[in-house]
Structures are given as structure tokens and as C-alpha cells.
Design a protein around this ligand. Structure first.
Ligand SMILES: Cc1cc2nc3c(=O)[nH]c(=O)nc-3n(C[C@H](O)[C@H](O)[C@H](O)COP(=O)(O)OP(=O)(O)OC[C@H]3O[C@@H](n4cnc5c(N)ncnc54)[C@H](O)[C@@H]3O)c2cc1C
Ligand code: SF4
Length: 317
């Protein structure tokens, strides 16, 4: 690992000021950024890491005025175990619980989880070996190459990598907002293909809080994930849904560059009682616009996504 400077920030303002200067990056739990640095996968190696963990009062879970507020430094394990989150925001508690391993959940934060880098294996190859589109190069190596886990809803700005976060689809399904030191962003607007990152955050912008409106009584949310190795792996496809009282929000992830809201599927199930048959047809509607990449290696993900939507809906019954 190359040398870098490590600065313990005492406030969000101080961290933002350091971020503005030079080649800097934030570190929260460090479970993603340290791997990226160790294997030298980034086109620009950070010279300074700004530690957020030394900032007080960014680790909390509370409900205020009908809104669940979670500090950006809250660890995934605390979200998974919170009785408040489990009881009313079930999809988020389940998503946190199914993220990575117990050790990573004890270190990894919700802020880091939604800001983590893509897992595309060309992108992640040590020593920055593939100068792909997301790194500022001209070619996407996955497009015509090994793309079995890549997007089933097309490319964005020439990149077919998928968003790997488990909490992201739960936050979209629950209609959450993301507060930063500069603004409050609707979750659906938060992610984009921004070289080499995955969010629309500006260079000196820091996530400070996640805000989730309390679902009305009778509205149920659920989360489901398919991964190769259940104990630790990233999602191959995951899905969250929130359904009831005329409300329906369904979000797939790991299928596109950002969480994919299944609008036409939501329209099919909204206001209906849930059963096996309409959950199945709603799953089919969710993947209507899906298409495989050259070589058809990721075709299997389309059927998987359909099943994930069906099971997430049945989880809301
Ligand atoms: C073996 C392994 C398995 C994993 N499995 C999963 C999985 O199944 N599902 C899943 O979703 N993830 C998985 N992860 C990814 C990830 O490490 C964790 O999800 C974790 O939540 C990241 O949080 P962190 O605090 O450690 O982030 P860090 O590594 O500290 O940061 C990650 C990125 O987010 C930025 N960042 C951190 N906090 C903020 C903030 N407040 N504002 C702005 N930017 C910020 C950092 O600059 C960095 O770019 C896995 C990681 C590993 C190593
Ligand atoms: S999918 Fe994106 S990250 Fe992967 S090689 Fe193509 S451009 Fe790079």
C-alpha cells in the first residue's frame, strides 16, 4: 500500500474543507476504501484520507416528526439490530442484516454503504490495469467481455457496471432522502455514473444523515437478496418493496448503474391484495425493459430479477 496522510476530522466543515484541496478521499468504516487503496484500483491514488469517525454525533438512530433519522456513521449492524428499524422500516433492517459479514457490518457504515465504488471486476483488478470508461478511458471491457453479473437495463455513459449496495434499494423503496453538508437529495437522484464513483456528490460533499418517512400503519416493506455465497457476498440481484394502503414502491438493485425503480410493476400491484399469481405477473412487468449484454452471459439475471420482485412483493403480504 502506498503512503498517504490520515487526518482525523473534528467536524463536517473541517472535513469538507480538507476534501476541497488536492487528491483526497473520505474514510468512514474503511471496509471499501482501504481495499481500493491496497489493490491500487483507482486512477488517482488518494494522498489524504479524511477520517469521519472522529466527528461527534454522526452515529444515531432516532424518530423525529414522523421521520426516521440515521446518522451517516451509524454501523450497519446497529441498523440491523435496531428494534425501531426492524418494526417499522423492515426492508432497511433486513438489507443491513444481509450486507456482507458480521465483522464488516460492525465496521461498515450506512454512509459508506451507499457511497461505495462499483464492484465490476475489470474496474477492481489490482494495479489499475483496465483503463476503462469509468476510469476516464475510452473502452468498457465488460461490454464485449466477461459481463455475467453486469447490467440488464443497458449502459450509462458507456459503462455497464451495477450498483452493489444492499441498503440502496431499501432506501429507494422506503422513499428516503439523503442529507449532506450542502443539500437534501431524493434517493433516486443520488446515484449516477460519475468517474470513477457512483454518486452525484460534489468533491467536498459529505453525507450526514439518512431520512426515511415513517410508513403509515398497514404498509409493509420487505427486502430480498440473491448472492452466490450467502454468508458474505455482494448481491447478484436484490430487491426491496413497500406495499399497502394504495402505496407501492418496488426497487431492484445490482441490475443497473443505480437502483432501478420498477414503475410499471408498482402500477400493477398498487391497491391490490397480494397473492402468488399477481406477485408473479408483477415480477414479469418489472423486467419488461430488461435486455442482455453482448454474448448473453447475463441473461440468467433477468429471470432472477423477476423472481426477486415476486418474492419481495410476497414479503409484503
Ligand atoms: C468482503 C466484503 C463483502 C462486502 N459485502 C457487501 C454486501 O454484501 N453488500 C453491500 O452492500 N456491501 C458490501 N461490502 C461493501 C462495503 O464495504 C460495506 O457495505 C460498507 O457499508 C462500506 O461502509 P464503510 O463505512 O466501511 O465505507 P468506507 O470504506 O469508509 O467508504 C466507502 C466509500 O464511501 C465514501 N464515504 C464514506 N462515508 C461517506 C460519507 N458520509 N459521505 C460521503 N462519502 C462517504 C468513502 O470516501 C469511500 O469512497 C462488502 C465489502 C467487503 C470488503
Ligand atoms: S462496466 Fe464500467 S467499470 Fe466495468 S469495465 Fe465497463 S466501464 Fe469499467
Amino acid at each position: 500500500m502506498k503512503r498517504f496522510e490520515h487526518i482525523n476530522a473534528k467536524s463536517v466543515d473541517e472535513a469538507a474543507a480538507i476534501l476541497k484541496a488536492g487528491n483526497t478521499s473520505l474514510i468512514a468504516g474503511g471496509t471499501d476504501i482501504l481495499g481500493a487503496m491496497r489493490f491500487e484500483i483507482l486512477p488517482d491514488y488518494p494522498e489524504i484520507l479524511v477520517n469521519l469517525k472522529t466527528i461527534p454525533d454522526l452515529d444515531y438512530i432516532k424518530e423525529e416528526g414522523g421521520i426516521l433519522k440515521i446518522g451517516a456513521l451509524t454501523r450497519l449492524e446497529d441498523i440491523a439490530k435496531s428494534d425501531l428499524v426492524k418494526s417499522k422500516y423492515t426492508a432497511l433492517a433486513d438489507a443491513a442484516h444481509h450486507t456482507a459479514s458480521p465483522h464488516i457490518r460492525e465496521m461498515g457504515t450506512i454512509g459508506g454503504n451507499i457511497c461505495q465504488l462499483t464492484r465490476c471486476w475489470y474496474f477492481r483488478l489490482p494495479d489499475n490495469r483496465f483503463d476503462c470508461v469509468r476510469k476516464g478511458g475510452k473502452k468498457c471491457y465488460a461490454m464485449m467481455g466477461e459481463n455475467r453479473y453486469h447490467s440488464i437495463f443497458g449502459a450509462v455513459k458507456g459503462c455497464v457496471a451495477v450498483n452493489p449496495s444492499d441498503t440502496a434499494p431499501a432506501l429507494v423503496a422506503l422513499n428516503a432522502k439523503i442529507k449532506t453538508n450542502k443539500r437534501t437529495i431524493e434517493t433516486e437522484q443520488f446515484w449516477d455514473m460519475v468517474k470513477p464513483g457512483s454518486t452525484i456528490l460534489e468533491k467536498d460533499e459529505i453525507v450526514t444523515e439518512i431520512q426515511v418517512p415513517t410508513p403509515p400503519k398497514g404498509v409493509i416493506s420487505s427486502f430480498i437478496k440473491f448472492a452466490i455465497r450467502k454468508s458474505i457476498d455482494f448481491p447478484i440481484v436484490n430487491c426491496a418493496a413497500m406495499i399497502g394502503k394504495g402505496e407501492a414502491r418496488i426497487c431492484l438493485n445490482a441490475v443497473h448503474n443505480k437502483p432501478y425503480r420498477c414503475i410499471n410493476a408498482e402500477d400493477m400491484i398498487r391497491g391490490k391484495s397480494i397473492n402468488e399469481s399477481n406477485a408473479d405477473s408483477t415480477g414479469a412487468a418489472a423486467i419488461e425493459k430488461a435486455k442482455t449484454l453482448p454474448g448473453d452471459r447475463n441473461k440468467w439475471k433477468i429471470q432472477l430479477a423477476r423472481t426477486m420482485v415476486k418474492r419481495a412483493i410476497l414479503g409484503c403480504a
